[in-house]
Design a protein. Structure first.
Ligand code: HEC
Length: 179
């Protein structure tokens, strides 16, 4: 029975805060201190290394293959989206990775992956396995191309032949799934 009262109180507090005159612009010293704090927080925040992020990308890339091979287009669309988010996270968290200097990873990665990712999306939308396979190979070539550009020619990406984990069912649900 306390709740309504507390809700009311919260409302009043919010109303007072709203009604109170806005404080004058914070003094420069305060802003500087806040900036300093933010910089320190950023420094201590978790920054995954590129190699670590690549491991997650490798898993999505493999899962995407098996989803497409099973014509489970709903799962394939999901894995592609996850892969794209993983690429976005690389750009966000390692935008200036030393290996591509003077170029920026934040420019290199989208330039190399945008077209194959879009082609995969189209293939999945059309539920076309031949298109999916072509686009998948183009993506793998883009992965390998970037590794080469980074001086890691030995990191060659290909179609997987055996699933690393098989506890995620790839067979489409009974009834055929989306298409
Ligand atoms: C922007 C360029 C770029 C793209 C695109 C890229 N990679 Fe990488 N990848 C790298 C670099 C650089 C490394 C080496 C990282 C390191 O050593 O810290 C790497 C490393 C790897 C590794 C080795 C990780 C390990 O620890 O063994 C794998 C696996 C990998 N990438 C998979 C992929 C896959 C799969 C794709 C495509 C779906 C891909 N990468 C796309 C730049 C890229």
């Amino acid at each position: 029975m306390l709740r309504p009262y507390r809700d009311w109180l919260a409302l009043m507090v919010a109303a007072c805060a709203f009604a109170a005159p806005l404080p004058a612009a914070a003094p420069d010293a305060e802003i500087a201190a806040l900036k300093q704090q933010i910089a320190e927080l950023k420094q201590h925040a978790y920054h995954p290394e590129l190699g670590e992020q690549m491991l997650g990308i490798q898993i999505r890339h493999a899962r995407l293959w098996f989803a497409g091979a099973a014509r489970n287009w709903t799962l394939a669309a999901y894995e592609l989206q996850e892969l794209k988010e993983a690429f976005d996270a690389v750009v966000e968290q390692n935008p200036e990775h030393a290996v591509f200097q003077p170029q920026r990873l934040a420019d290199v990665l989208p330039a190399m992956t945008r077209a194959p990712v879009a082609a995969l999306r189209d293939a999945i939308d059309r539920a076309s396995k031949p298109e999916f396979e072509r686009a998948y190979d183009a993506l793998s070539a883009a992965c390998t191309g970037c590794h080469r550009a980074a001086g890691n020619d030995f990191l060659v990406i290909q179609r997987p032949t055996a699933p690393l984990l098989d506890n995620l069912r790839v067979a489409p649900p009974a009834g055929g799934g989306r298409k």
